[in-house]
Ligand binder design. Structure first.
Ligand code: SF4
Length: 744
């Protein structure tokens, strides 16, 4: 019997270790035809053998609806035709040269993904930012955690979550805000919940407008009005200040900006805060009192803070409370951002957003640009000093014909971007779109001129970093299907064909990784002590410099940052970043009286590209829905299961109603997972708006103003009939552009 292949779950940022083994009924099959199953890896330090339904079923999706060959077409109306890799790559290089001649390097845009391995990310940066000289690389992490990045940067002087999962077992106050951890990061939640159950004195506070599964087990649930997070956090700060529950020594020796913060807090008296947030004043006081009296306060957050037009301010307002009370850099404490994607962290390390460069460097910093140019063997000044376009900015750039080539990889923007009708219209205008993905069809494939088949999880070896900075080697356990290639190999080959042979001499992903870690030397995310070779024995947490052998270090896991209370500003001090609340970018009014919030369900992942193809998960979450409080339903004379039309200023969706007291009156919830491939008119992003945080440029996917009207019975019947058929658009796409299925 062969040893199991060790890898990482390719879904969320918890980063659970998996073991992959052949299905028992066919143990002797060839690697190409073998069916596989996954189980938790007990030796993985982050997850200790636990997995949720997604990790347990992921192997079921790997042979479903795979894109096997490069496919090219003249225009979006024409059928795809199979082409060789040679033709496909020539088409890309020819186009890139043409675009650079006509529009300049900034006419090229790439939109990548937290599904990339770090090696994919790194080679893409070298190609786009280094060799082509444009910073127009952004990733779907922009939608997910860029506010956490900018919040850490502002408050602590550098990105990088300071905590580790062991803190979940050591805290005596877990403060969860803007995170439905039970459904979205279930293994983190399991660990916290176990600690909470075993130790009744441990307090769990959950801040969320919905009474989610997370909130249902909290000691205190603060169901604040959407968009009032900063008011709440400043209100807690006000009380801590009033009670003198501060760490004066920490504030004096390790921070700056306290006086300004104190001035801001003055405006957040409890009665005002309670009224604005829509919570009892006593609950506010209980939350502040619990924070004040706890030895170790751990805050967890996710998209609920990040996806906001004031996302950075929200993150900083939370970190301020940790600075006020010295709750950072010690066991069981600290501000802990939970990342959404499996390798959003690796993307940050490799410079995979439009404003950053590898090794936690910034595009705007001339020294950082020079470091990278020298390291990559490129002439001085090759890296543009201008921040690249974020994905949100690529949409207007497409509208204004400023994009000559759009290259999308491992993500599905025709479902996941806000203001989807506008997004689709912009994608339709793109003169040449390359779409590189493992699956076909997807909603975005409909907007592509060239499809490139990507090897996916299990078909390529590379690294991913989870929320607690633990790097895991994801081992390939089978060859890529059809002619699929690893993303980094595709980028490297394009680089070579463009004349950068020297820069892309990689033969294996281990070589890519070896080069990448050198660029992190001396940086906050120093990984020079990490290699594919030592990762083969166990996952390793960074920082891990080559000096100080990580294998013999007594603290080889569960590292915390800032234990010496020295932060990444030149003076070593963290910053209080004081913000007043501005409120939602799109407040409700008479015409659109509800706040619509969006989010994930336990079983599905993002736009269902994988999970929609797994029967167990489809059965678990068969259809989208709209949550509404009974009081609102009664007012509108609606009942549970009634079909309604939800409209915003930008679009509409048709959904069955789920009447529940688990949501505040005036607020609605719709899951984000259903694109046009999986349901008729159920796209939550047809409703959302693109307004973004001015600092992180992360859009406010969590709140928009909508109205709800009952569906007339004839429209209702029509919608139900369509739902009874195979997902309509999917059927149409498969018919128009047949691509051989790899299912045996
Ligand atoms: S918690 Fe996240 S990483 Fe762990 S198995 Fe579930 S989806 Fe995968």
């Amino acid at each position: 019997m062969t040893a199991p292949h060790k890898t990482l779950c390719p879904y969320c940022g918890v980063g659970c270790g998996l073991e992959v083994v052949p299905q028992s009924r066919n143990p002797e099959a060839s690697p190409e035809t073998q069916r596989w199953q996954t189980r938790g890896d007990r030796a993985h330090p982050s997850s200790q053998g636990m997995v949720c339904v997604k990790g347990a079923t992921v192997a079921e999706s790997i042979d479903q609806d795979r894109l096997l060959y490069p496919m090219l077409r003249e225009s979006l109306d024409a059928p795809f035709e199979r082409v060789s890799w040679d033709v496909a790559l020539d088409a890309i290089t020819h186009r890139i040269r043409e675009v650079i001649d006509t529009l300049g390097p900034d006419g090229v845009c790439m939109y990548g993904s937290g599904q990339f391995q770090t090696e994919d990310y790194y080679v893409a940066q070298k190609l786009i930012k280094g060799c082509l000289g444009t910073n127009n690389f952004d990733a779907n992490s922009r939608l997910c955690m860029s506010s956490a990045v900018s919040g850490y940067l502002q408050s602590l002087g550098s990105d990088g979550p300071p905590c580790c999962y062991a803190d979940l077992d050591l805290t005596d106050c877990a403060f969860l805000i803007g995170t439905n951890t039970a459904e979205c990061h279930p293994i983190v939640f399991n660990r916290l919940r176990k600690h909470h159950k075993r130790n009744p004195h441990i307090k769990l506070i959950v801040v969320d407008p919905r009474c989610t599964e997370t909130a249902q087990v909290a000691d205190l649930h603060l169901a604040i009005r959407p968009g009032t997070d900063i008011t709440l956090l400043n209100g807690i700060g006000h009380l801590l200040l009033t009670w003198g529950a501060l760490d004066r020594g920490f504030i004096d020796q390790s921070t700056q900006g306290f006086q300004d913060y104190r001035e801001v807090l003055r405006h957040y008296a409890p009665s005002i805060v309670a009224e604005r947030c829509g919570i009892p004043e006593t609950d506010l006081e209980t939350a502040a009192r619990t924070w004040a009296e706890s030895q170790n306060v751990l805050s967890l957050w996710s998209m609920g803070l990040n996806q906001s037009s004031e996302g950075t301010a929200k993150v900083c307002s939370l970190i301020n409370l940790h600075l006020l009370t010295g709750q950072i850099g010690k066991p069981g404490a600290g501000p802990f951002s939970l990342t959404g994607q499996p390798n959003a962290m690796g993307g940050r390390e490799a410079g995979g957003l439009a404003h950053i460069l590898p090794g936690y460097r910034l595009v705007k910093n001339p020294q950082h640009r020079q470091d990278i140019e020298q390291f990559w063997g490129l002439p001085e000044g090759r890296i543009s000093p201008t921040r690249g376009l974020t994905v949100g900015e690529m949409i207007p750039a497409l509208e204004h014909d400023q994009v000559g080539l759009l290259w999308i990889a491992a993500t599905n923007p025709a479902v996941s971007l806000p203001d989807l009708n506008r997004t689709k219209a912009a994608l339709q205008r793109s003169p040449f779109t390359v779409y590189q993905d493992a699956y076909y069809p997807t909603e975005t494939a409909a907007y592509a001129h060239l499809l490139l088949p990507a090897a996916q999880w299990g078909e390529k070896t590379g690294t991913m970093t989870n929320s607690e900075r633990t790097v895991t080697l994801c081992q390939a356990f089978r060859p890529p299907v059809g002619e699929a290639r690893a993303d980094w190999e595709i980028f490297a080959e394009v680089g070579r064909r463009l004349g950068f042979a020297e820069q892309f001499r990689f033969a294996t992903s281990a070589e890519v990784h070896r080069e990448f870690v050198q660029i992190t030397q001396g940086r906050p995310c120093d990984m020079t002590g990490i290699s594919h070779e030592n990762l083969a024995t166990r996952p390793i947490q960074w920082p891990c410099p080559s000096q100080g052998n990580p294998d013999t270090s007594p603290d080889k896991h569960n590292k915390r940052l800032y234990t010496d209370h020295r932060f990444h500003y030149p003076d070593g001090r963290a910053r209080f970043m004081a913000y007043h609340e501005k409120g939602l970018a799109e407040p409700v009014d008479d015409r659109y009286p509800f706040v619509l919030t969006t989010g994930r369900l336990y079983g599905h992942w993002h736009t269902q590209t994988r999970t929609g193809r797994i029967a167990k998960i489809q059965k678990m979450h068969p259809q989208p829905f709209l949550e509404m409080h009974p009081r609102d339903a009664e007012r509108l004379q609606l009942a549970d299961q009634d079909w309604v039309e939800v409209k915003s200023a930008r679009g509409m969706a048709r959904l069955p109603l789920l009447v529940t007291k688990n949501i505040c009156p005036g607020t609605l919830f719709v899951p984000m997972h259903w694109g046009a491939l999986w349901a008729e008119s159920a796209e939550c992003n047809a409703l959302t708006h693109p307004s973004a945080c001015p600092i992180s440029l992360q859009p406010e996917l969590k709140a928009c103003a909508v109205q709800v009207v009952p569906l007339s019975s004839s429209v209702q019947l029509d919608t139900l009939e369509k739902l009874g058929e195979a997902p309509p658009q999917r059927a149409a796409m498969v018919q128009r552009d047949p691509v051989e299925s790899s299912r045996p």
